[in-house]
Design a protein around this ligand. Sequence first.
Ligand SMILES: *Cc1c(COP(=O)(O)O)cnc(C)c1O
Length: 394
Amino acid sequence: MTTPKALRTREQFLPFAAPLVGQEEVDAVVECVRSGWLTTGFKVKEFEKAFAEAIGCRHALAVNSCTAALHLALEAIGVGPGDEVITSPMTFTATAAVVEHMGARPTFVDCEPDTLNLDARALEKRITPRTKAVLPVHFAGQACDMDAILEIARRRGIKVIEDAAHAIPTRYKGRLIGTIGDITCFSFYATKNVTTGEGGMVATDDDGYAQRVRLMHLHGMSRDAWKRYQEGGSWSYEILAPGFKYNLSDVAAAIGIPQLRRCDEFHARRSLIARRYHEAFAGLDGLRVPAVADEFSHAWHLYVIQLELDALRIDRDEFIRELGRRKIGVSVHFIPLHIQPYYRDRYGYAAGDLPNAFGAFQRIISLPIYAKMTDEDVEDVIAAVLDTVESFRR
Ligand SMILES: *Cc1c(COP(=O)(O)O)cnc(C)c1O
């Protein structure tokens, strides 16, 4: 299908992202609220069990955000003042902020220019005697080069904590993300592939880390303190460490259970949209489609095109405005962290210090990709992008 559609403009603005929640989620919340048990309880247990089974990890611990999961993961491996944690600049602020919370220093390693994942070849040069962990981010839902990262990390005695906020369900060489590094952190934020509104999960196969995260996620109180208001529960508890308040509520977990059940269905829909975009845009003069090693292993949380600025008369910001005029909401993932004032000023980064991340930032646009989109929505995005490219090609 080609031209006449390109001139049609939608009446209604298409949001960049929206969750797909249905009657099942509504019913689950109503049932939970009626039960009277609103905080962490049996729904959270059920959600954790279902998640561990779905991913194939030994332990899954529900928390109230991926940010909390990352913070707890760093705490569990013992990151502290003076330590360094290597991560990618192409991520959300939370990935690096938690390193700062532990009194440690985030060190940014440039990303690969095409996948925008942390460049494993650049990793080893940035390791110092103070490096405690590497924190790769599976950008857009495509796995990082985990063999290379793990090989370097194991050889140098550093831990691997994965930011898998985009990566459900992402596969790496057939294995699901969540079963690979030392600790993996997931997000159930409203726009993520599986949502609880706000929420997150810590996945690990290590009993010690699981125990520490379990302890620290709820005030550092002795085991199963949440049961203290039940019949047979004891009012007494012990504080074993000054923990955090990072537990997930049963109301949120009630949304997560049916969401998780529909994860493959959502993923199939996202994959289909990615395929359709690829068909429409591959080879087009004016933009590059995402570099994908294996479309079936990709979670397709984001679909990030890169403009070929030499071929266009407008820049990225103007391109986004044109899409907005065509009633299509888009976003940019991410503003590289090393150019954000805090990191730039604190550590003295220049934009060009990480040229791949900074270069990509001038060119990237995230198109809408979510299960709730109709076929017509998808065709409208395609028409708007094609029309903009054709209208502003040099
Ligand atoms: C969304 C996101 C987070 C934070 O997730 P929350 O659940 O909102 O705390 C962390 N890292 C990346 C890459 C994200 O996209």
